[in-house]
Design a protein around this ligand. Structure first.
Ligand code: NDP
Length: 304
Protein backbone atom coordinates (compact mmCIF):
# COMPACT_ATOMS: atom_id res chain seq x y z
CA UNK A 1 0.00 0.00 0.00
CA UNK A 2 1.74 3.20 -1.20
CA UNK A 3 1.04 6.28 0.89
CA UNK A 4 1.69 9.94 0.11
CA UNK A 5 1.65 12.65 2.80
CA UNK A 6 1.38 16.35 1.99
CA UNK A 7 1.65 19.04 4.67
CA UNK A 8 4.41 18.40 7.20
CA UNK A 9 3.34 21.04 9.73
CA UNK A 10 3.19 20.85 13.54
CA UNK A 11 0.83 17.87 13.53
CA UNK A 12 1.44 16.52 10.02
CA UNK A 13 5.11 15.84 10.70
CA UNK A 14 4.63 13.50 13.69
CA UNK A 15 1.75 11.78 11.85
CA UNK A 16 4.02 11.14 8.85
CA UNK A 17 6.71 9.89 11.24
CA UNK A 18 4.27 7.29 12.59
CA UNK A 19 3.45 6.09 9.05
CA UNK A 20 7.13 5.81 8.11
CA UNK A 21 7.86 4.16 11.46
CA UNK A 22 5.27 1.48 10.69
CA UNK A 23 7.23 0.58 7.57
CA UNK A 24 4.62 1.69 4.99
CA UNK A 25 6.09 2.95 1.70
CA UNK A 26 5.78 6.73 1.97
CA UNK A 27 6.26 9.71 -0.33
CA UNK A 28 6.17 13.24 1.11
CA UNK A 29 5.67 16.75 -0.21
CA UNK A 30 5.70 20.05 1.67
CA UNK A 31 5.37 23.65 0.46
CA UNK A 32 8.61 24.56 2.23
CA UNK A 33 10.67 21.91 0.49
CA UNK A 34 13.50 21.88 3.04
CA UNK A 35 11.14 20.43 5.71
CA UNK A 36 10.21 17.54 3.42
CA UNK A 37 13.87 17.00 2.49
CA UNK A 38 14.86 16.84 6.18
CA UNK A 39 12.05 14.40 6.87
CA UNK A 40 12.95 12.21 3.87
CA UNK A 41 16.56 12.07 5.06
CA UNK A 42 15.51 11.15 8.59
CA UNK A 43 12.83 8.60 7.70
CA UNK A 44 13.85 7.13 4.34
CA UNK A 45 10.60 8.41 2.76
CA UNK A 46 10.66 9.31 -0.94
CA UNK A 47 10.73 13.04 -1.64
CA UNK A 48 8.34 14.50 -4.24
CA UNK A 49 8.98 17.85 -5.86
CA UNK A 50 5.33 18.59 -6.64
CA UNK A 51 1.93 17.56 -5.28
CA UNK A 52 1.25 15.73 -8.57
CA UNK A 53 4.46 13.74 -8.23
CA UNK A 54 3.57 12.83 -4.62
CA UNK A 55 0.13 11.54 -5.63
CA UNK A 56 1.32 9.54 -8.65
CA UNK A 57 1.25 5.83 -7.80
CA UNK A 58 -0.13 6.38 -4.30
CA UNK A 59 -3.08 4.28 -3.10
CA UNK A 60 -3.77 6.67 -0.24
CA UNK A 61 -2.97 10.39 -0.39
CA UNK A 62 -3.08 12.12 2.99
CA UNK A 63 -3.29 15.88 3.26
CA UNK A 64 -2.90 18.01 6.39
CA UNK A 65 -3.16 21.75 5.69
CA UNK A 66 -4.44 24.67 7.78
CA UNK A 67 -7.86 24.66 6.09
CA UNK A 68 -9.79 23.29 3.11
CA UNK A 69 -8.78 26.43 1.20
CA UNK A 70 -5.11 25.37 1.07
CA UNK A 71 -6.14 21.88 -0.02
CA UNK A 72 -8.07 23.40 -2.92
CA UNK A 73 -4.97 25.45 -3.85
CA UNK A 74 -2.72 22.38 -3.73
CA UNK A 75 -5.17 20.38 -5.86
CA UNK A 76 -5.15 22.92 -8.69
CA UNK A 77 -2.77 23.41 -11.60
CA UNK A 78 -0.58 21.29 -13.86
CA UNK A 79 1.61 20.15 -10.97
CA UNK A 80 -1.30 19.99 -8.52
CA UNK A 81 -2.63 17.01 -6.65
CA UNK A 82 -5.49 16.37 -9.10
CA UNK A 83 -3.00 15.85 -11.90
CA UNK A 84 -1.38 12.94 -10.05
CA UNK A 85 -4.31 11.24 -8.28
CA UNK A 86 -4.83 7.76 -9.75
CA UNK A 87 -8.23 6.15 -10.38
CA UNK A 88 -9.02 3.92 -7.37
CA UNK A 89 -6.97 6.01 -4.93
CA UNK A 90 -8.31 7.55 -1.72
CA UNK A 91 -7.81 11.22 -0.85
CA UNK A 92 -7.76 11.22 2.96
CA UNK A 93 -7.89 14.78 4.26
CA UNK A 94 -6.66 15.13 7.85
CA UNK A 95 -7.04 18.91 7.71
CA UNK A 96 -9.63 20.30 10.15
CA UNK A 97 -11.60 21.41 7.12
CA UNK A 98 -15.12 22.64 6.54
CA UNK A 99 -17.98 20.36 5.52
CA UNK A 100 -19.12 22.35 2.46
CA UNK A 101 -15.66 22.39 0.89
CA UNK A 102 -15.12 18.72 1.74
CA UNK A 103 -18.38 17.79 -0.01
CA UNK A 104 -17.33 19.84 -3.05
CA UNK A 105 -13.86 18.24 -3.13
CA UNK A 106 -15.41 14.76 -2.78
CA UNK A 107 -17.63 15.39 -5.82
CA UNK A 108 -14.71 16.76 -7.79
CA UNK A 109 -12.43 13.76 -7.20
CA UNK A 110 -15.18 11.13 -7.51
CA UNK A 111 -15.56 12.06 -11.18
CA UNK A 112 -12.00 10.75 -11.58
CA UNK A 113 -12.66 7.53 -9.67
CA UNK A 114 -11.06 8.76 -6.45
CA UNK A 115 -12.76 8.35 -3.04
CA UNK A 116 -12.62 11.18 -0.54
CA UNK A 117 -12.73 11.01 3.24
CA UNK A 118 -12.47 13.91 5.67
CA UNK A 119 -10.50 12.66 8.66
CA UNK A 120 -9.58 15.50 11.00
CA UNK A 121 -7.74 14.53 14.15
CA UNK A 122 -7.70 15.50 17.78
CA UNK A 123 -5.18 14.85 20.54
CA UNK A 124 -2.55 17.46 19.73
CA UNK A 125 1.08 17.10 18.79
CA UNK A 126 1.73 14.91 21.87
CA UNK A 127 -1.06 12.55 20.79
CA UNK A 128 0.36 12.36 17.27
CA UNK A 129 3.84 11.54 18.57
CA UNK A 130 2.42 8.68 20.66
CA UNK A 131 0.07 7.45 17.92
CA UNK A 132 -2.93 8.18 20.10
CA UNK A 133 -4.97 10.59 18.01
CA UNK A 134 -8.74 10.47 17.69
CA UNK A 135 -9.69 10.43 14.00
CA UNK A 136 -13.15 11.63 12.90
CA UNK A 137 -14.01 10.10 9.55
CA UNK A 138 -16.61 11.32 7.05
CA UNK A 139 -17.31 9.23 3.95
CA UNK A 140 -18.16 5.69 2.88
CA UNK A 141 -17.68 2.94 5.49
CA UNK A 142 -15.87 0.95 2.81
CA UNK A 143 -13.37 3.77 2.27
CA UNK A 144 -12.67 3.80 5.99
CA UNK A 145 -11.84 0.09 5.93
CA UNK A 146 -9.37 0.69 3.09
CA UNK A 147 -7.53 3.44 4.95
CA UNK A 148 -7.81 1.96 8.44
CA UNK A 149 -4.31 0.35 8.45
CA UNK A 150 -2.78 3.78 7.80
CA UNK A 151 -5.02 5.55 10.32
CA UNK A 152 -4.03 2.99 12.95
CA UNK A 153 -0.39 4.10 12.69
CA UNK A 154 -1.26 7.48 14.28
CA UNK A 155 -4.82 7.01 15.59
CA UNK A 156 -6.09 5.21 18.65
CA UNK A 157 -9.79 6.05 18.42
CA UNK A 158 -10.99 5.89 14.82
CA UNK A 159 -14.65 6.81 14.42
CA UNK A 160 -16.95 6.71 11.40
CA UNK A 161 -19.06 9.86 11.88
CA UNK A 162 -21.24 9.61 8.76
CA UNK A 163 -21.18 11.04 5.23
CA UNK A 164 -18.46 13.31 3.84
CA UNK A 165 -18.24 16.49 5.93
CA UNK A 166 -19.42 14.96 9.20
CA UNK A 167 -15.86 14.44 10.45
CA UNK A 168 -15.19 18.13 9.81
CA UNK A 169 -18.42 19.16 11.55
CA UNK A 170 -17.64 17.12 14.66
CA UNK A 171 -14.07 18.39 14.79
CA UNK A 172 -15.24 22.02 14.46
CA UNK A 173 -17.75 21.61 17.31
CA UNK A 174 -15.15 19.90 19.51
CA UNK A 175 -12.79 22.78 18.95
CA UNK A 176 -15.54 25.33 19.57
CA UNK A 177 -15.87 23.73 23.00
CA UNK A 178 -12.11 23.95 23.46
CA UNK A 179 -12.12 27.66 22.57
CA UNK A 180 -15.03 28.33 24.94
CA UNK A 181 -13.26 26.40 27.73
CA UNK A 182 -10.01 28.33 27.26
CA UNK A 183 -11.77 31.69 27.38
CA UNK A 184 -14.22 30.89 30.20
CA UNK A 185 -11.59 29.20 32.37
CA UNK A 186 -9.42 32.29 31.87
CA UNK A 187 -12.28 34.53 33.02
CA UNK A 188 -12.95 32.37 36.09
CA UNK A 189 -9.29 32.28 37.15
CA UNK A 190 -8.64 35.97 36.48
CA UNK A 191 -11.66 36.76 38.66
CA UNK A 192 -10.52 34.40 41.41
CA UNK A 193 -6.98 35.82 41.30
CA UNK A 194 -8.42 39.30 41.85
CA UNK A 195 -10.65 37.91 44.60
CA UNK A 196 -7.54 36.78 46.46
CA UNK A 197 -7.50 33.08 45.59
CA UNK A 198 -4.22 31.48 44.47
CA UNK A 199 -5.07 30.16 40.96
CA UNK A 200 -3.21 26.92 41.75
CA UNK A 201 -5.61 26.35 44.64
CA UNK A 202 -8.55 27.38 42.47
CA UNK A 203 -7.57 24.84 39.79
CA UNK A 204 -7.04 22.14 42.40
CA UNK A 205 -10.61 22.62 43.58
CA UNK A 206 -12.19 23.07 40.15
CA UNK A 207 -10.42 19.93 38.92
CA UNK A 208 -12.04 17.95 41.74
CA UNK A 209 -15.41 19.57 41.02
CA UNK A 210 -18.01 19.91 38.28
CA UNK A 211 -16.40 22.86 36.46
CA UNK A 212 -13.40 20.86 35.28
CA UNK A 213 -12.42 20.21 31.68
CA UNK A 214 -9.31 19.11 29.79
CA UNK A 215 -8.50 22.82 29.65
CA UNK A 216 -8.59 23.22 33.44
CA UNK A 217 -6.97 19.85 34.12
CA UNK A 218 -4.11 20.02 31.65
CA UNK A 219 -3.76 23.26 29.69
CA UNK A 220 -3.94 25.73 32.58
CA UNK A 221 -1.62 23.87 35.01
CA UNK A 222 0.96 23.10 32.32
CA UNK A 223 0.84 26.22 30.20
CA UNK A 224 -0.75 29.17 31.99
CA UNK A 225 0.33 28.86 35.64
CA UNK A 226 3.88 28.12 34.47
CA UNK A 227 3.70 30.96 31.88
CA UNK A 228 5.27 28.46 29.44
CA UNK A 229 2.63 28.94 26.70
CA UNK A 230 4.31 26.41 24.35
CA UNK A 231 3.39 26.86 20.70
CA UNK A 232 1.81 23.55 19.60
CA UNK A 233 -1.52 24.56 18.03
CA UNK A 234 -1.84 27.99 16.55
CA UNK A 235 -4.59 30.30 17.81
CA UNK A 236 -5.23 31.17 14.15
CA UNK A 237 -6.23 27.54 13.53
CA UNK A 238 -8.56 27.44 16.53
CA UNK A 239 -10.12 30.71 15.34
CA UNK A 240 -10.67 29.03 11.97
CA UNK A 241 -12.29 26.01 13.68
CA UNK A 242 -14.70 27.97 15.85
CA UNK A 243 -15.57 30.09 12.81
CA UNK A 244 -16.52 26.89 10.97
CA UNK A 245 -18.56 25.72 13.97
CA UNK A 246 -20.39 29.05 14.22
CA UNK A 247 -21.10 28.94 10.48
CA UNK A 248 -22.55 25.43 10.63
CA UNK A 249 -24.82 26.38 13.55
CA UNK A 250 -26.05 29.48 11.67
CA UNK A 251 -26.63 27.49 8.48
CA UNK A 252 -28.67 24.92 10.39
CA UNK A 253 -30.56 27.67 12.25
CA UNK A 254 -29.44 26.51 15.67
CA UNK A 255 -29.50 29.44 18.10
CA UNK A 256 -25.90 29.46 19.36
CA UNK A 257 -25.08 32.76 21.09
CA UNK A 258 -22.15 31.36 23.07
CA UNK A 259 -20.49 29.81 20.01
CA UNK A 260 -21.05 32.98 17.94
CA UNK A 261 -19.61 35.21 20.68
CA UNK A 262 -16.61 32.94 21.24
CA UNK A 263 -15.95 32.98 17.48
CA UNK A 264 -15.86 36.80 17.60
CA UNK A 265 -13.59 36.80 20.66
CA UNK A 266 -11.12 34.48 18.94
CA UNK A 267 -11.19 36.60 15.77
CA UNK A 268 -10.26 39.56 17.94
CA UNK A 269 -7.57 37.57 19.77
CA UNK A 270 -6.05 36.46 16.44
CA UNK A 271 -5.93 40.07 15.23
CA UNK A 272 -4.27 41.10 18.48
CA UNK A 273 -1.82 38.19 18.98
CA UNK A 274 -0.98 37.31 15.37
CA UNK A 275 -0.51 34.16 13.31
CA UNK A 276 2.09 32.31 15.37
CA UNK A 277 0.56 32.64 18.86
CA UNK A 278 -0.61 29.42 20.49
CA UNK A 279 -4.35 28.92 21.16
CA UNK A 280 -3.90 29.05 24.95
CA UNK A 281 -2.39 32.53 24.58
CA UNK A 282 -5.97 33.80 24.17
CA UNK A 283 -5.83 33.85 27.98
CA UNK A 284 -3.39 36.78 27.68
CA UNK A 285 -6.26 38.91 26.31
CA UNK A 286 -8.51 37.89 29.22
CA UNK A 287 -5.69 38.80 31.62
CA UNK A 288 -5.08 42.13 29.86
CA UNK A 289 -8.75 43.08 30.12
CA UNK A 290 -8.86 41.97 33.78
CA UNK A 291 -5.62 43.75 34.66
CA UNK A 292 -4.13 40.67 36.31
CA UNK A 293 -2.05 37.60 35.51
CA UNK A 294 -2.98 34.02 36.37
CA UNK A 295 0.20 32.99 38.15
CA UNK A 296 0.49 30.38 40.90
CA UNK A 297 1.64 31.77 44.21
CA UNK A 298 0.47 33.65 47.26
CA UNK A 299 -2.96 35.13 46.82
CA UNK A 300 -2.78 38.55 45.18
CA UNK A 301 -6.05 40.11 46.21
CA UNK A 302 -7.29 43.11 44.32
CA UNK A 303 -10.05 45.18 45.77
CA UNK A 304 -10.65 47.07 42.52
P1 NDP B 1 0.83 24.26 10.69
O1 NDP B 1 0.50 25.67 10.44
O2 NDP B 1 1.88 23.90 11.67
O3 NDP B 1 1.25 23.53 9.30
C1 NDP B 1 0.49 23.73 8.14
C2 NDP B 1 1.02 22.89 7.01
O4 NDP B 1 0.32 23.26 5.82
C3 NDP B 1 2.52 23.12 6.72
O5 NDP B 1 3.04 21.94 6.16
C4 NDP B 1 2.46 24.23 5.68
O6 NDP B 1 3.59 24.26 4.83
C5 NDP B 1 1.26 23.80 4.88
N1 NDP B 1 0.65 24.92 4.15
C6 NDP B 1 0.17 26.06 4.68
N2 NDP B 1 -0.33 26.83 3.70
C7 NDP B 1 -0.12 26.17 2.55
C8 NDP B 1 -0.40 26.47 1.19
N3 NDP B 1 -1.01 27.61 0.82
N4 NDP B 1 -0.04 25.56 0.25
C9 NDP B 1 0.58 24.42 0.61
N5 NDP B 1 0.89 24.08 1.87
C10 NDP B 1 0.52 24.95 2.83
O7 NDP B 1 -0.56 23.56 11.05
P2 NDP B 1 -0.78 22.25 11.95
O8 NDP B 1 0.10 21.16 11.48
O9 NDP B 1 -0.80 22.63 13.38
O10 NDP B 1 -2.32 21.94 11.56
C11 NDP B 1 -2.68 21.28 10.36
C12 NDP B 1 -4.17 20.95 10.46
O11 NDP B 1 -4.36 20.07 11.58
C13 NDP B 1 -5.05 22.18 10.71
O12 NDP B 1 -6.26 22.05 10.05
C14 NDP B 1 -5.25 22.16 12.23
O13 NDP B 1 -6.44 22.82 12.58
C15 NDP B 1 -5.28 20.65 12.49
N6 NDP B 1 -4.90 20.24 13.85
C16 NDP B 1 -3.75 20.69 14.46
C17 NDP B 1 -3.43 20.26 15.74
C18 NDP B 1 -2.20 20.73 16.46
O14 NDP B 1 -2.06 20.41 17.67
N7 NDP B 1 -1.26 21.43 15.83
C19 NDP B 1 -4.32 19.35 16.49
C20 NDP B 1 -5.44 18.88 15.72
C21 NDP B 1 -5.73 19.33 14.47
P3 NDP B 1 4.93 25.11 5.25
O15 NDP B 1 5.78 24.14 6.02
O16 NDP B 1 5.50 25.49 3.94
O17 NDP B 1 4.47 26.28 6.06
Amino acid sequence: MNVAFLGLGSIGLPMARRIAGAGLPLTVWNRTASKAADFARESGARLAETPAEAARGADIVITCFPSSRELLEVMAGEQGLMAGLARGAVLLDCTSGDPANSRMIAERVEVHGVSFMDAPVSGGVAGAVKGELTVMCGGEAETLERVRPVLETFGKKIVHCGDVGTGDALKAMNNALLAIHVWSTGEALATLTKAGVDPAIALDVINASSGRSNTSMNLFPERVLTRAFPRTFRLALLEKDIGIAAGIARELRVPSPITQLAAELFTMARAELGEVADHVEAVRIVEQWAGTEIIAGPARGDSA
